[in-house]
Design a protein around this ligand. Structure first.
Ligand SMILES: CC(C)(COP(=O)(O)OP(=O)(O)OC[C@H]1O[C@@H](n2cnc3c(N)ncnc32)[C@H](O)[C@@H]1OP(=O)(O)O)[C@@H](O)C(=O)NCCC(=O)NCCS
Length: 191
């Protein structure tokens, strides 16, 4: 990585998206401290240490600045809304992971879809990205609706046994996880 190289800033109609930096960690800790936001992810609020660990991984292995892939925080009218990703996927560099997590006060205003569309277009603007994917719990209807609106297809469902995990399973675990995907051809064929 060259010195000073960073991910680009991006924007939607309302959202200004900045690459995640140290200065955003307090906002991300606060976001993860809301148990409602984390209900399909941890089933409870995350501690500040858990959030810092999560972001060390995201900004490490799952970010590839040279290829333009990573994580962004979004602001609308100067207010923090949440984060989005078009992230690097080490096991298959031809695929990028789409993700998002928004603070509760911003839900229901179309921001998840707006930011995720920016991520999708950004991922496919990067040479070498042939497909994107996203996964979520089957019972996370809100997240699945966002992915469907973007034009991703539900391609797989699998059930992991969470019953012995620390803290117990998240309600709905028995319906499993769902995978959504879109190929470069599908993206290019969109109206
Ligand atoms: C899921 C989440 C991203 C949705 O964000 P949002 O900004 O409210 O989504 P949008 O406003 O763009 O909504 C997109 C569509 O999903 C629908 N939707 C959103 N949340 C929904 C829910 N809980 N149940 C049913 N539909 C929902 C909206 O009505 C909208 O559909 P429409 O355009 O037909 O009206 C947000 O609730 C969130 O961040 N949750 C916590 C983190 C999370 O679960 N992230 C994804 C898991 S990996």
């Amino acid at each position: 990585m060259g010195p000073g190289l960073t991910l680009p800033s991006l924007h939607g109609d309302r959202l200004r998206l900045e690459p995640v930096a140290d200065e955003h960690l307090d906002l991300l800790v606060e976001l993860n401290a809301d148990p409602e936001v984390m209900s399909f992810i941890l089933g409870r609020a995350a501690t500040p240490d858990e959030t810092r660990e999560e972001w060390a991984e995201r900004r490490g292995l799952r970010t590839d600045v040279e290829r333009g892939l990573g994580f962004w925080v979004g602001f609308a009218d100067g207010e923090f809304v949440g984060w989005w990703s078009a992230s690097a996927f080490a096991p298959d560099p031809a695929r990028s992971g789409i993700g998002y997590r928004l603070r509760r006060s911003a839900w229901g205003a179309g921001y998840a879809t707006e930011g995720a569309r920016v991520m999708l277009d950004h991922a496919f603007a990067m040479p070498g990205v042939e497909g994107v994917f996203a996964s979520t719990m089957a019972v996370n209807v809100g997240s699945r609706t966002v992915l469907t609106k973007l034009g991703l297809r539900h391609t797989d469902t699998w059930v992991q046994d969470w019953t012995r995990s620390v803290g117990g399973p998240i309600a709905g675990w028995e319906q499993g996880e769902v995978l959504y995907e879109m190929t470069r051809e599908e993206w290019a064929a969109q109206p």
